[in-house]
Design a protein around this ligand. Structure first.
Ligand code: NAI
Length: 412
């Protein structure tokens, strides 16, 4: 039995990206363009990188998180002429930073980013390069917030598509991708049951909604914490219990943060947790759970199982942190990120963002821009085609009815 290449399986489940490879393999519209990609470096990102390369681009890539890199994928891509890695598995935080800077020193024309890593660094520390960048795309909620902050401060030097905010991304990737992959990885890492557990989900945005709904679907009793009154009400009306983290801390068996914010679970909450509590982050980087607070309370720290750090408190309670408080679905020992079919949609939006700003929409002023609806619909249509799903079109009379604001032939 022979080994397939490390992208083979992911490629099978990325039909939209494969359709772009087929469409643009001959005309190579990204020829003469160097595209920088910062993302979680695993097989599905590899399919995005090879799609950009198939469309003619030279691709430079670096991780957006030091611990989520899959070395076999990096090696396979780096071996391709016209694709260069600034990454390896097991990088330290310092090496991660150094390699992102090394990539930027190669003066890419376009940046596809995850978490505003390269876009912020190019502005802060490589201003000459920022002046020559044509444009960018940002994939995550937290990254878009940063891009918009840069725009508000008037320092953004090039147009950036806020890919996260387009429906084809966040309706599916954040809700279903994060929901399924976070819970799968918690279950795999702990090898314990979700059914019957009290699961506390911090944040009821797109990711939190997905995690909470799917946890309930697996039989958990769900508690949601929020800071936005409308999101809290939505969670309440969706049937979850809503409370403050101060109250939830003593009620939960498993805690999953999805806020994009820092210091969500901290000392006062660890003080209240029950023995055996499991704590994981599926939101932003490693800032949502203040692991240092827990370390400060602990008398001993052990590793009961790969991917779990157990903090033994003086009163005998043990609190278990998964994946060191980093993204549980991307950095744990079993983590493979989102399901491939969902990332196919996200990465197709990233590809089309690059294609549109490099080839079609070349006159945009610097700023943060929503992906045009025509592009979002086009990718949705391609996805439906790959599923062999047909939908209705509007009839002429329906179209007229919808735009006839006077309703001259009203039934009333
Ligand atoms: P969102 O903005 O829709 O939701 C975040 C929610 O958290 C909001 O409702 C907000 O009110 C709430 N929140 C903020 N601070 C809070 C606090 N201290 N306590 C409780 N709730 C709080 O954002 P979305 O799309 O759900 O993304 C959340 C985070 O997840 C972002 O950092 C995003 O980049 C990240 N993300 C992670 C993925 C993964 O693979 N793990 C995939 C997609 C996004």
């Amino acid at each position: 039995m022979s080994q397939e290449d490390p992208l083979a399986w992911a490629r099978d489940y990325c039909p939209i990206l494969r359709s772009f490879q087929a469409d643009h393999g001959d005309d190579r519209p990204l020829e003469d363009t160097t595209v920088a990609v910062a993302t979680h470096l695993e097989a599905k990102s590899g399919v995005l990188i090879e799609t950009l390369h198939a469309a003619g681009a030279e691709v430079l890539f670096a991780p957006s998180e030091p611990q989520s890199t899959h070395g076999d994928v990096v090696d396979a891509l780096d071996a391709v002429d016209g694709i260069t890695a600034f990454a390896w598995e097991g990088m330290s935080d310092e090496e991660f930073d150094e390699q992102q800077h090394a990539l930027l020193e190669e003066e890419p024309d376009f940046i596809l980013d995850d978490g505003c890593e390269l876009i912020s660094k190019v502005h802060a520390e490589h201003p000459d390069v920022a002046e020559t960048v044509i444009g960018g795309g940002e994939q995550t909620t937290a990254g878009v917030t940063r891009v918009e902050a840069m725009e508000a401060e008037g320092i953004l030097q090039f147009p950036v598509y806020t890919v996260n905010d387009t429906p084809m991304k966040h309706y599916f990737d954040n809700v279903h991708g994060t929901g399924e992959s976070a819970l799968t990885n918690v279950a795999m890492t702990t090898n314990t049951i979700l059914s019957g557990k009290d699961v506390v989900v911090a944040g009821y945005g797109y990711c939190g909604r997905g995690v909470a709904r799917k946890a309930r679907g697996m039989g958990a009793q769900t508690i949601v914490t929020e800071v936005d009154p409308r999101k809290a009400l939505e969670a309440h009306m969706d049937g979850h219990r809503v409370m403050s983290m101060g109250e939830a801390a003593s009620a939960g068996d498993l805690f999953i943060t999805t806020t994009g914010n820092r210091d969500v679970i901290r000392e006062e909450h660890f003080e209240a947790m029950a023995d055996g509590a499991q704590v994981a982050n599926a939101g932003h980087f490693d800032v949502e759970i203040v692991v240092d607070d827990l370390a400060g309370l602990a008398e001993e720290v052990t590793e009961p199982k790969a991917g779990i750090t157990r903090y033994h408190l003086a009163d005998g309670r043990r609190i278990n942190v998964l994946a060191d408080g980093r993204l549980v679905n991307l950095t744990g020992p079993y983590s493979q990120g989102h399901p491939a079919e969902v990332i196919d949609m996200t990465h197709s939006m990233m590809f089309i963002a690059a294609y549109d700003l490099i080839v079609e929409n070349t006159d945009l002023e610097p700023g943060a821009y929503a992906i045009p609806d025509r592009l979002d619909r086009a990718v949705a249509e391609r996805k439906l085609e790959t599923l062999d799903v047909e939908i209705d079109g509007l009839t002429e009379s329906q179209r007229e009815y919808m735009t006839d604001w006077e309703h001259e032939e009203s039934a009333f």
